[in-house]
Design a protein around this ligand. Structure first.
Ligand code: NAD
Ligand code: DAU
Length: 351
């Protein structure tokens, strides 16, 4: 098997590779990544020693470059992580999201269609529960839930999901899709809620909570998501979609308080000092109220289940950020500081 991983220098892709490459020496992995602000070579540390791993800097939005990769590497599987992934950024630069998430996915599907005739192969599309839009106070997304995306990010991911299904139905490209809830864990860029709050709490900076902090997300530790992708890739049914979620629904304010407790415990500091940093800031436009995943299909058909609770996963995550100061220093570029200023200045206060 020859697996082409796209976006493997990002949060989930790098955790996927860190688990899969050492465990499967008989499988060749090629990681292609544009190395945007979200892709960090330090997240791939250690992988260069494995003979079954290689990396190439490639932009999936450039069709000829994608085609060249297919010619040279001849993958038998694609695990497609590469995307612009941050909802707040998609409000400022939606065109970048369409370019990578829609056009990039299209180019990969085109290459699969052209190079995979008669071969046993699979295109695994890593997608999100945000394509389903927002839930009210009850219920959960199933694989049959209607698509109803709210942000340019989720609309671009919805478009990419539709293209994946269209290439299966029309051209017979063997595809699988996973739609997963919010991930957290090591190597996540600190524009996202969990790492932003951990790093701000450590630096005694304000903890900016959108609106009243009442929005609910279903949190899943990243390794549990990576195991789900691996199981679906190897054993899932072609043409099928699997929802993946942690069964761990929490209001944002409760996530932030849990982070305050965790950081206080890990650094032996008073929790009140950290909770005093919580600052309510103007809400995200189009902010989805609640996500919850019905993961019964993947549990029933493929015997997948999460191994970490939010409590154990959060402890591991905080420990990772405490121990990996070189990684943190590497992302604190001028571009990162500019983003933080732009996002939170627009909200009037906290950084
Ligand atoms: P991320 O932003 O951390 O990483 C994205 C990676 O893609 C980066 O390495 C970046 O350099 C690369 N990339 C961006 N544009 C590219 C391009 N044009 N060509 C090649 N590479 C490019 O994202 P993530 O959180 O790791 O998410 C990975 C995938 O999982 C995305 O498709 C996302 O929609 C999906 N997803 C994420 C979550 C989550 O909670 N983070 C949940 C469900 C699904
Ligand atoms: O549900 C899966 C999705 O989860 C993925 O598809 C996305 O790629 C990923 O970014 C994530 O999207 P969210 O918008 O849910 O994640 P984010 O970390 O940006 O925000 C989580 C919640 O916390 C959300 O309700 C907004 C809120 N929030 C976020 C930030 C950055 C705050 O209250 N304050 C903040 O500073």
């Amino acid at each position: 098997m020859r697996i082409l991983v796209t976006g493997g220098a990002g949060f989930i892709g790098s955790n996927f590779l860190q688990l899969a490459v050492p465990a499967h020496p008989q499988i060749e992995f090629l990681n292609i990544d544009k190395l945007t602000y979200a892709g960090n070579p330090l997240s791939l540390a250690g992988l260069e020693q494995y003979r079954n791993y290689s990396f190439a800097r490639v932009d999936v939005a450039v069709a000829e470059d994608v085609e060249r990769v297919f010619k040279d590497f001849a993958p038998t599987a694609v695990v497609h992580f590469a995307a612009e992934s941050h909802v707040d950024r998609s409000l400022h630069e939606p065109d970048t999201f369409v370019r990578t998430n829609v056009n990039g996915t299209l180019h990969l599907l085109e290459a699969c269609r052209r190079y995979w005739r008669g071969q046993e192969s699979v295109f695994h599309h890593v997608s999100t529960d945000e394509v389903y839009g927002s839930l009210g106070p009850a219920g959960a997304f199933t694989e049959e839930s209607r698509y109803d995306p709210s942000s340019p990010y989720s609309a671009s991911k919805a478009a990419s999901d539709h293209l994946v299904r269209a290439y299966h139905r029309t051209f017979g490209v063997p595809v699988k899709i996973t739609n997963c809830s919010n991930n957290y864990g090591p190597r996540q860029f600190p524009e996202k809620l969990v790492p932003l709050m951990i790093l701000n709490a450590l630096a005694r900076k304000p903890l900016p909570v959108y609106g009243e902090g009442a929005n609910v997300r279903d949190w899943l530790y990243v390794d549990d998501h990576c195991r789900a992708i691996w199981i679906v890739l190897r054993e899932g049914r072609v043409g099928e979609t699997y929802n993946v979620g942690g069964g761990s629904e929490l209001r944002n304010i409760d996530v932030v308080r849990a982070i305050c407790r965790g950081v206080a415990q890990a650094t032996q500091s008073p929790v009140e000092e950290l909770e005093a940093l919580i600052t309510f800031v103007p809400d995200r436009p189009g902010h989805d109220l609640r996500y919850a995943i019905d993961a019964s299909k993947i549990r029933r058909e493929l015997a997948w289940q999460p191994l970490e609770s939010f409590e154990t996963g959060l402890r591991k995550t905080i420990d990772w950020y405490l121990q990996n100061t070189a990684w943190i220093d590497s992302i604190r570029t001028g571009a990162y500081l500019q983003w933080i200023q732009r996002n939170y200045d627009d909200r009037g206060r906290a950084q």
